[in-house]
Design a protein around this ligand. Structure first.
Ligand code: TLP
Length: 348
């Protein structure tokens, strides 16, 4: 297969030879019995990194979020969430089916909410209304363009949630990126949430795997639902080993992805018709508008594919690019040349 520069997502990375070696050598057992030493080591490590009592290994970020929502809520409850968030838009409507909850969506600024917006969304104690139970935040925010939730804002929302008896879940699929870019430790972010989900298979480059972290009682509840959802895995140490390797070796390097994303943004800004503010590119995701180029995102996607670059068309006028472990500095320059070539006919 032709070697593409794949900027569609950081989920596309392939395990490195060293990661594969760690997987081959992993000690394994039956994790449904809690007997896989590598899974147990990964769960302890992630709980420690996030400053939580416990964590649990699950197959995907979607399952991690859905298990958290299920474990925090009762059917009929309402969950306050940002309108472009992952659980609301990209998890197949799972919360309606699996947890029988409804979402109260608020529009954030690049995915980031104000505490005052949440205050207004809380339902009165009146039997006409659903019960507001949970708030979900996302850091970094995917559709916000990899935006970082300011820690003060999370703290403010968390304090407010507590004062109203609400729970807080943090979708930290890319918390590692937020942490590396801001210099704020994952545990400093996590301290404000009742539960945190993190992914190993996005920027960290593991092939599979996410975790949910929280109190021991909460994780015990998640464990029950993980079995119910079909997420109990057996000799999962093989994939947990990739996760441990990723946590040990692939966090610091995320700054390269952030630099590459910035370079990409600066280069794209030079192309007529593309609307992007490089200042807003804080981590490894860029979302920009191509309306001014006279091409639709789908046309750009299909044309640039012929130049060996894969991109993701989002919405009617926008494109998303994501930098990651398998995209080098040189690839960024090649991708920029491809963008210039594809959009040249409408430059003149
Ligand atoms: N996001 C994927 C797609 O589903 C859009 C991507 O390419 O970015 N939370 C956040 C913030 C995510 O971005 C994702 C994946 C998930 C959860 C779900 O993770 P998976 O794909 O492991 O279920």
């Amino acid at each position: 297969m032709k070697d593409f520069i794949d900027l569609r997502s950081d989920t596309v990375t392939k395990p490195t030879p060293a990661m594969r070696k760690a997987m081959t050598e992993a000690e394994v057992g039956d994790d449904v019995f809690g007997e896989d030493p590598t899974v147990n080591a990964l769960q302890e490590k992630v709980a420690r990194i996030l400053g939580k009592e416990a964590s649990i290994f699950v197959p995907s970020g979607t399952m991690a979020n859905q298990l958290a929502i299920k474990s925090h809520t009762q059917p009929g409850d309402e969950v306050i969430i940002e309108a472009t968030s992952h659980p609301y838009n990209f998890e197949g409507g799972a919360s309606a089916v699996l947890s029988a909850v409804q979402f109260y969506c608020l529009k954030g600024s690049r995915g980031i909410l104000e505490a005052s917006q949440i205050e207004e969304a809380i339902r009165p104690d009146d039997h006409h209304f659903p019960v507001t139970r949970l708030i979900c935040l996302e850091n970094t925010h995917n559709r916000g363009g990899g935006s970082i939730y300011p820690i003060q804002r999370i703290a403010e929302i968390s304090r407010f949630a507590k004062s109203k008896g609400l729970l807080l879940h943090l979708d930290g699929a890319r918390l590692w990126n937020a942490s590396v870019a801001s210099g704020i430790k994952p545990q400093e972010y996590a301290q404000w949430a009742d539960s945190v989900s993190v992914c190993l298979s996005k920027g960290l480059g593991a092939p599979i795997g996410s975790l949910v972290a929280g109190s021991k009682t909460f994780i015990d509840r998640v464990h029950r639902f993980r079995k119910m959802f079909g997420g109990g895995m057996r000799q999962a140490g093989i994939i947990a080993a990739a996760g441990i390797y990723a946590l040990d070796h692939h966090i610091d390097r995320l700054k390269e992805d952030h630099q590459n994303a910035k370079r990409l943004a600066l280069g794209l800004k030079e192309i007529k018709g593309i609307s992007i503010d490089p200042e807003e590119v804080e981590t490894n995701i860029l979302i920009f508008d191509v309306a001014g180029t006279g091409m639709t995102p789908l046309q750009v996607r299909d044309t640039i594919k012929k130049e060996g670059v894969l991109i993701h068309a989002v919405g009617k006028t926008q494109i998303r690019l994501v930098t990651h472990l398998d995209v080098s500095k040189d690839d960024i320059e090649t991708a920029l040349k491809a963008f210039k070539k594809v959009l040249r006919p409408i430059q003149s």
